[in-house]
Ligand binder design. Structure first.
Ligand SMILES: [Ca+2]
Ligand SMILES: [Ca+2]
Ligand SMILES: [Ca+2]
Length: 303
C-alpha cells in the first residue's frame, strides 16, 4: 500500500528522471591528466604518468597570477579588415575572446614527467575525452617565442574557481602570449603570432582563408601525448616499421603492411643499427632484453 506521501512524490520523481535523461550531455571539467610518451603510430606506450591538478599546482611551476587575462584571436569576420591574418592584431572582437585570469601548468613541464620531448619527435597532442585534440610542434612547447608564449594547461580561472569548482571548460590549454602588438596592450595570441612562430603544419583555420587561434584551445583535456619519432625507418627504407598485429612488437620492419621475408633480412643486416638507434623493446621478439640472432629466428617462425 503506497502511502499518501509517495503517491504525490513518485510521479514527480519520474518526471525528474525523464528530464535528466533528456538533458543534453554537458562536458565536465577534467581534474587529472595522463601524460604519455608513445610510438609514432600511437600504438605503444613507452612511459606514462597520471597527475591531478592539485599535484600539478603543488609540484610544478604555476604560470599565471590569477589577475592577468589571456586572449586568443578568432577568425576575422570584420569586412573592414581585408587581411584575414590581421597582422595589426586590432580586430575589436579579440576582446570578446577573453579566456580569463587563468593559472595553469606548462605543457613542457608535463612532458618532462615522462622523459621529455626531443626536437626530432613528431609533436605533442592534447586530447579531450570527446575525441577533440590539437597537435603542437616541439618548438611551440619547448622554445616558444614571447609573442605566442608557452602552451599552458589551465586548471583555475579567477571568475570560476578551480576545475573541481565551476571552471567547466578546464582543463583547457591557453597560450600565455606577451602584449605585442595590439592597440590595447592585452596578452593576445594573435593570428599573425601563430603565422610567424608556429610551423605551418600546425596552423588552425576556422574555414579556408580564415585562420583562428581559438581553435587551438582544447577544453576538458585529459591526455597529453608525446608522439615520438620511434620507430625510425631502417637504413635505406622510406617507411617506418609497423605493428600489424598490435602486440607492441614491430615485426613489419620495412613498413609495407605485413610480415614478409624482407623484414627478416632487414633485421639480420641491420641488427647493430637497430640496437643502437631504436627502442630495443619494439624488436625484442624473444623477450630476452636485447637483440640477437634469436630474434630473427623467432620472426622467421612467425612467417
Ligand atoms: Ca600578440
Ligand atoms: Ca606486432
Ligand atoms: Ca614487411
Amino acid at each position: 500500500m503506497i502511502s499518501h506521501k509517495y503517491r504525490v512524490r513518485l510521479p514527480l520523481m519520474i518526471l525528474c528522471m525523464v528530464a535528466l535523461a533528456a538533458a543534453p550531455a554537458v562536458a565536465a571539467a577534467t581534474t587529472s591528466l595522463t601524460v604519455m610518451n608513445v610510438t609514432r603510430d600511437g600504438k605503444t606506450v613507452f612511459s606514462e604518468q597520471t597527475v591531478s591538478f592539485q599535484w600539478m599546482a603543488q609540484n610544478l611551476p604555476v604560470l599565471g597570477n590569477g589577475v592577468t587575462h589571456y586572449y586568443h584571436q578568432g577568425p576575422v569576420m570584420n569586412a573592414s579588415i581585408p587581411d584575414k591574418w590581421n597582422p595589426q592584431e586590432n580586430d575589436p572582437v579579440i576582446l570578446t575572446k577573453d579566456y580569463g585570469a587563468v593559472k595553469g601548468t606548462d605543457v613542457k613541464d608535463l612532458c618532462n614527467l615522462v622523459g621529455g620531448m626531443d626536437p626530432d619527435d613528431l609533436y605533442v597532442v592534447l586530447e579531450a575525452p570527446d575525441g577533440f585534440s590539437k597537435a603542437f610542434a616541439y618548438s611551440s612547447v619547448y622554445t616558444p617565442q614571447p609573442r605566442t608564449g608557452p602552451v599552458v594547461i589551465t586548471w583555475y580561472r579567477a571568475d570560476e574557481g578551480y576545475v573541481n569548482q565551476s571552471y567547466a571548460t578546464g582543463m583547457r590549454n591557453v597560450m600565455f602570449a606577451d602584449t605585442t602588438n595590439n592597440p590595447w596592450g592585452a596578452h593576445v595570441f594573435g593570428l599573425w603570432d601563430m603565422h610567424e612562430a608556429y610551423p605551418e603544419g600546425f596552423w588552425y583555420y576556422y574555414q579556408p582563408g580564415l585562420p583562428s587561434t581559438t581553435g587551438l584551445s582544447v577544453q576538458n583535456i585529459d591526455t597529453v601525448k608525446i608522439v615520438s619519432r620511434y620507430p625510425l625507418p631502417l637504413p635505406g627504407q622510406s617507411r617506418a616499421p609497423a605493428d600489424p598485429d598490435n602486440d607492441h612488437l614491430y615485426e613489419d620492419l620495412n613498413g609495407n603492411g605485413f610480415l614478409d621475408f624482407n623484414d627478416l633480412v632487414l633485421l639480420y643486416n641491420h641488427m647493430a643499427w637497430v640496437s643502437g638507434n631504436e627502442p630495443v623493446s619494439l624488436f625484442d621478439f624473444d623477450s630476452s632484453g636485447s637483440l640477437n640472432i634469436n630474434d630473427v629466428i623467432r620472426l622467421f617462425q612467425e612467417l
